[in-house]
Design a binder for this molecule. Structure first.
Ligand code: AHR
Length: 512
């Protein structure tokens, strides 16, 4: 009996390892694809809750250490993240923002009600000059979102002239009087936001006509001409892309939005912590839908814009959960856990796959709002699991994408839901190294895979792993952080390089 049991155990062990050995990740290093634009790792900062005020901007008089009003600790952490681009001032806020209210002495600026987000006072302390100071401190590019909803062609045209005019101009003189001689460098400019919803409840054709009219008057010096973005659709919609890519002059890119809700329902989105494994899976599996959205829209673009001049930007994405109990629901405060780190990494993999058209994306949002990088409380801050995921993937900024295949990808199943268990991406970094990103979505089972570059076996891999004991592990103020990257390496043995991915983990490695 004892012998029989032993035999059974051995058989099980052998078949388990045989199964594990079947999983192969194969990188085709000899087939370079498009460059993964660094702005795929872009951020979004809206006048919403404590996303800007308190979270980043404390004002020059604050006791919290700051540079001209921007928190030193937050800016320092964001610089470490190599934030390439920041979108501002909204979101929905953008279509109620009037730029003239945000210039000149701060104590003279009007106070308005932020109707979109909690109905709180907006004192306009952060305006054009402060925003550009932030992006310049970060070394990031600026993405300014214009107001189409309650604004006009004239207001947007004058804002651009204020920011970019070089010679004699009353608006440029006003900018100089307000402390800025040199024009601001505006890398991107969008005409409105979510025109299908908070931006004016328009139809695509009506918006397309508005875009034609408005952009006829948006003038800048040629060498400071922003990439002009038309506000597109969301989710599986393609009608906005269709209308905007069919001969509308001046459309350099179309923006698209999609948030991940664990339940898929706006009423009862799902909790940020303490969720069931089925909601872990449904959240991560949503990235497959994002892939589908991009494919469908890119197919429309390929039909209407075969010379591939128009970009497809995902300028709002990320998790959106039920608000943190006790918080102002209009402030969109939510916890950030290991699940968010995996969600971010899996989005990166999807965006890398579409690097040809997707040259910018912006996670919502940078600090304290939705899937944030940083959570602050008074003078303290904590780096979220999403922050660490972004940090792990910095070698992919401006890397050349490489095709990667997962052979015998195990199915991850919970109840009736299922998805591929592993996700992979690869690129040749600007540092010349071959980088591979791997996600094991399975919340309970580790995975072993063999890595191959073409038909060759690499010598070793070295990088970092991000994982934790619980699906909703988080980093909280005043407590030891539970989700932090640790060193990870593996060596080839007997002609095979086997990588062991812990359950619910993200691994990014350089391949030798
Ligand atoms: O990111 C929060 C909001 O979500 C944005 O303001 C809006 O564009 C979207 O609906």
């Amino acid at each position: 009996m004892k012998k029989q049991l032993l035999a059974l155990v051995v058989t099980l062990a052998v078949s388990a390892s045989a199964l594990a050995a079947d999983i192969k990740v194969v990188v085709s290093a000899d087939q370079p694809g498009p460059v993964i634009h660094r702005n795929i790792y872009g951020q979004f900062a809206e006048h919403l809750g404590t996303g800007i005020y308190e979270g980043m901007w404390v004002g020059p008089e604050s006791k919290i250490p700051n540079v001209r009003g921007w928190r030193k600790d937050v800016v320092g952490a964001l610089k470490d993240l190599k934030v390439p681009l920041v979108r501002w001032p909204g979101g929905c806020f953008a279509d109620e923002y009037h730029w003239r209210e945000g210039i000149g002495p701060r104590n003279k600026r009007p106070v308005k009600v932020n109707y979109n987000w909690g109905g709180v006072p907006e004192n306009n302390a952060v305006g054009t000059h402060e925003f550009f100071d932030l992006v310049e401190q970060l070394g990031a590019e600026a993405y300014v979102n214009g107001n189409l909803g309650t604004g006009s062609a004239q207001e947007m045209a004058e804002w651009l002239e204020y920011m970019t005019a070089e010679g004699k101009s009353t608006l440029a003189d006003m900018r100089r009087k307000n402390g800025r001689d040199k024009p601001f460098r505006v890398h991107y400019f969008a005409v409105g936001n979510e025109a299908w919803g908070c931006g004016g409840n328009m139809r695509p054709e009506y918006y397309a006509d508005q875009y034609r009219q408005v952009t006829s008057f948006l003038r800048t010096p040629a060498h400071n001409r922003p990439i002009m973005i038309a506000s597109g659709g969301h989710g599986q919609m393609t009608s906005w892309t269709e209308a905007l890519s069919k001969g509308v002059p001046g459309v350099n890119a179309i923006s698209h939005h999609e948030y991940t809700l664990p339940t898929g329902k706006w009423e009862g989105k799902g909790a940020a912590v303490g969720f069931p494994e089925a909601e872990w899976l449904s959240t991560l599996a949503h990235t497959q839908r994002v892939d589908e959205m991009i494919r469908k829209n890119v197919a429309v673009l390929d039909k209407n814009d075969p010379s591939k001049k128009i970009g497809f930007y995902f300028d709002e994405w990320g998790s959106w959960y039920d608000p943190e109990p006790g918080s102002n629901p209009g402030f969109l405060v939510q916890r950030n856990t290991l699940r968010d780190a995996l969600l971010a990494a899996m989005h990166f993999h999807v965006f890398h796959n579409h690097a040809e058209r997707v040259k910018m994306t912006n996670i919502a949002q940078m600090v304290n709002v939705l899937q944030a990088m940083i959570i602050t409380s008074k003078d303290k801050l904590v780096l979220t699991p999403t922050y660490h995921a972004f940090k792990l993937y910095t070698p992919f900024q401006d890397a050349t994408s490489l095709p990667v295949k997962v052979e015998n990808n195990p199915v991850y199943k919970v109840d009736k839901l299922e998805m591929p268990g592993l996700s992979a991406t690869a690129g040749r970094g600007k540092d010349g190294k071959l980088w591979v990103g791997l996600v094991n979505a399975n919340a309970t089972q580790a995975a072993e895979l063999d890595l191959q570059v073409g038909t060759a076996t690499p010598k070793s891999v070295k990088g970092q792993v991000l994982t934790a004991g619980a699906m909703d592990a988080q980093n909280e103020l005043g407590k030891a952080p539970q989700v932090v990257p640790v060193a990870f390496e593996a060596q080839a043995v007997g002609g095979k390089l086997t990588i062991k991915l812990p359950a619910k983990s993200v691994v990014v490695v350089a391949v030798d």
